[in-house]
Ligand binder design. Structure first.
Ligand code: GLC
Length: 583
């Protein structure tokens, strides 16, 4: 599928050329930024209740500034019953008491700006919490009312409407539909929820819903946020016919990403010619992003919109970041590409050209709060569909030493690529996935909705270690932790690695400093050949990057090695190692 043909089929016929004020200038900060994802409940806890909070973030901001990142993206801290760790919002214009207050947010934002960090909030527009007043009003209102029309209510099938309107399966397992009980106690209509039953999907064809969100964006933009990561940006419009749909593969529940069978190109479980599921990547979503773009354009400064859009292929995902839509989209194809040179070269080439085709920078990401941490994922020996997680009984258990070695090599490669990179809290410490969480501690709705068949995402969300010998490794002062921390995490703690040559923390610091000094984020790459099939080698400005994904050591050219993911002796690049060589 070419970009041109796809653009034609996706853009509405009446699409106007964007006006000049809406088009990006090419010099925005986010084009080359390194953005650090803070998962607030697991970052730093100032109250000691076991859940991280905004003041905890404020207190630890110096550590992020000193790490050398440009911005932080905060997973949701809005008022929420926390059924899906805050991705179930009951009030978009308030802070959940678990995380503090609006004043705490303002203080955190001011402190971040003072240290030179931008702040990106996480907007969750596809669905609200079932406790949101809009949904409560919809439940109380009659069928066909304006309140019901804000969500996706439909009559059931079968006798007395006791079967769901179609066969769609929730990303978290089970049906995508839940039947309500009417105020008079009779069984009522069904509502759609792509995720948990506590997360009813909004009707984005309803202009009232659209206007509400424009105001919500303005509420946070007025407070000074530098932009938004947009949750489930590809899911907000559903095929109005609600046709039955069975995905071609079990894998790829978030929209079609999985490790493929030969383990080489680990994405695109859904073949390119397969039509999109009737609830993902529907063309009408693009108009929503044009409207959001206009709202951001009302504000000074370069505010950013980053799409979480699990869309294949990359050329199609690039449509989310056309000049009058979003600024960036997470590159999940890159994330799920195996640690193999041919696959890496292919995905890098394809990413750069797909995004360049619409004038956007490519992004790069290896870990986030939804996937197995890359220090474990890169050593898994069997398929692990996104969202499945790993637990004590999973097949393909990763080797921790090999996983970390590959993770350090992969990160060293990623941070040398032009464009914007995302770093997930704790990866700079080399944290592995926590595999042996007790079943009783697990909290991800995936675990419950699949009756334990999928472990889910708790293993990458465990509170991070700051100080080896403090309670909860310095996460707080009481030792409480909403997910238990492993007993053997002292060596990963920040203070264990601080100033220690060769530690993962020092590797990240050096890479971020050199990336900035050599302008790698705004550079361009040129492949260097002659190193063999298992080597990725490219030049970006005056830096040559050489990554050995194979098992055999490779001879290195003579030069000044300024970064190395492992120690190098004797002029050879060992297996699973990346170096940067300066001219
Ligand atoms: C996104 C979030 C994920 C959440 C889901 C539902 O994929 O990253 O954590 O569970 O949306 O909001």
């Amino acid at each position: 599928m070419t970009l041109e043909s796809d653009t034609e089929s996706t853009a509405p016929a009446d699409r106007e050329e964007p006006s000049e004020k809406l088009v990006t200038t090419g010099s925005e900060w986010w084009r080359s930024a390194v953005i650090y994802q803070v998962y607030p409940r697991s970052f730093a806890d100032s109250t000691g209740d076991g859940v991280g909070d905004l003041t905890g973030i404020t207190n630890r901001l110096p550590a992020l500034a000193e790490l050398g990142v440009d911005a932080v993206w905060l997973s949701p801290f809005f008022r929420s019953p926390q059924k899906d760790a805050g991705y179930d919002v009951s009030d978009y214009c308030d802070v959940d008491p678990l995380f503090g207050t609006l004043e705490d947010f303002d203080r955190m934002l001011a402190a971040a700006h003072e240290t030179g960090l931008k702040v990106i909030a996480d907007m969750v527009p596809n669905h609200t919490s079932d406790q949101h007043e809009w949904f409560q009003a919809a439940l109380a209102a009659p069928e066909g009312s304006p309140e019901r029309d804000r969500y996706l209510f439909r009559d059931g099938k079968g006798k007395n409407g006791n079967l769901p309107p179609n066969n769609w399966e929730s990303v978290f397992g089970g049906s995508m539909w839940t039947r309500i009980t009417n105020p008079d106690g009779s069984p009522g209509q069904w509502y759609l929820h792509i995720f948990d039953t506590s997360q009813p999907d909004l009707n984005w064809r309803n202009p009232w819903v659209r206007e509400q969100f424009h105001d919500i964006l303005r509420f946070w933009l007025d407070r000074g946020v530098d932009g938004f990561r947009v949750d489930v940006a590809h899911g907000m419009i559903k095929d109005p016919a609600f046709p039955d749909y069975t995905p071609p593969t079990e894998a790829g529940s978030m929209g079609g990403t999985a490790i493929d069978h030969d383990g080489v190109l680990t994405s695109m479980a859904v073949p390119e010619e397969t039509p999109d599921p009737p609830y993902w990547a529907q063309p009408e979503v693009h108009q929503i992003w044009r409207e959001w773009h206009e709202v951001l354009a009302e504000y000074e400064g370069d505010r950013v919109l980053c799409a979480e859009a699990w869309v294949d292929p990359l050329e199609k995902m690039a449509l989310w970041v056309r000049p009058d839509e979003m600024s960036q989209a997470f590159n999940f194809d890159y994330m799920f590409t195996d640690w193999s040179a041919p696959a890496q070269r292919r995905v890098i080439d394809r990413s750069i050209s797909a995004f360049a085709g619409v004038g956007a920078p490519s992004t790069w990401v290896l870990s986030n709060h939804d996937v197995v941490r890359h220090a474990s994922r890169l050593a898994l020996t069997t398929e692990n569909p996104q969202g499945a997680g790993i637990g004590p009984k999973s097949a393909g258990q990763p080797d921790r030493v090999l996983g970390l070695r590959r993770a350090r090599a992969a990160t060293s490669l990623m941070l040398a690529l032009p464009g914007s990179s995302y770093v997930y809290q704790g990866e700079e410490l080399g944290l592995p996935e926590v595999i042996d969480l007790p079943d009783s501690a697990r909290q991800d709705p995936t675990w419950f909705r699949t009756h334990g068949e999928k472990y889910g995402r708790d293993g990458c969300r465990v509170p991070i270690p700051w100080e080896a010998h403090k309670p909860a490794y310095g996460f707080n002062s009481t030792g409480n932790s909403w997910l238990p921390q492993p007993d053997d995490w002292a060596p990963y703690a920040r203070d264990s690695q601080d100033g220690v040559p060769g530690s993962t923390l020092e590797l990240y610091r050096s890479a971020l400093r050199l990336r900035r000094e050599h302008g790698l984020g705004t550079g361009t790459i040129e492949w260097v050949t002659g190193y063999g099939a298992e080597v990725v080698a490219f030049r970006n400005g005056d830096i040559t990057v050489i990554a050995n994904t194979g098992e055999v050591a490779v001879e290195l050219p003579v030069g000044d090695i300024v970064l190395s993911s492992e120690s190098i002796t004797g002029g050879a690049l060992p297996a699973d190692t990346t170096v940067w060589i300066a001219d």
